[in-house]
Design a protein. Structure first.
Length: 157
């Protein structure tokens, strides 16, 4: 949920497409309010494994974030699957905070199709995210209108 402070004399709404729609001024001149804009989050369950042939696997419900480069899975789960980190990477959160996380490689499956991609070892409080490199590895894109994963148009150029 995104919280935004709105001009004290203006009432603001958002259309279904997410665009801002202004309405007449509020009756009370000094009235201020906080608007909670509910972001359209999409989640999807995928299988995570160490490799394509690995027997150990876990079903993880991810928030799809095509703005994130890498996917994130809790470190405890990755280690149980036998996945080990091989480097540390600095990341910047949406609020500008800098964090460092370990990164390894995992194999992801969705509806029988799979692909390998880098994965962030999530720490306490980190939510599972499905990022752009994993989506590309699986040949998928997020349909922003229907909020579902669809096959990517593969172009060889």
């Amino acid at each position: 949920m995104a919280e935004r402070r709105v001009d004290c004399k203006q009432r603001v709404r958002f259309s279904k497409s997410g665009s801002k729609v202004s309405t007449p001024p509020l009756a009370k001149e000094n009235a201020c309010f906080t608007l909670l804009a509910v972001m359209g989050l999409t989640s999807q369950k995928l299988l995570v494994k160490e490799s394509r042939r690995a027997r150990r696997k876990a079903a993880v419900r991810f928030q799809i974030d095509s703005g994130a480069v890498y996917s994130l899975v809790p470190a405890v789960l990755l280690r149980k699957l036998g996945i080990r980190p091989y480097r540390k990477v600095d990341f910047t959160l949406a609020d500008g905070t800098a964090i460092t996380r370990q990164v390894g490689d995992a194999y992801f499956e969705f509806q029988g199709q799979g692909g390998a991609a880098p994965v962030i070892f999530g720490e306490r409080g980190d939510e599972p995210l499905l990022g752009a490199t994993t989506l590309e590895s699986l040949g998928l894109v997020l349909d922003p209108f229907k909020r579902r994963l669809i096959p990517m148009r593969m172009v060889l150029a």
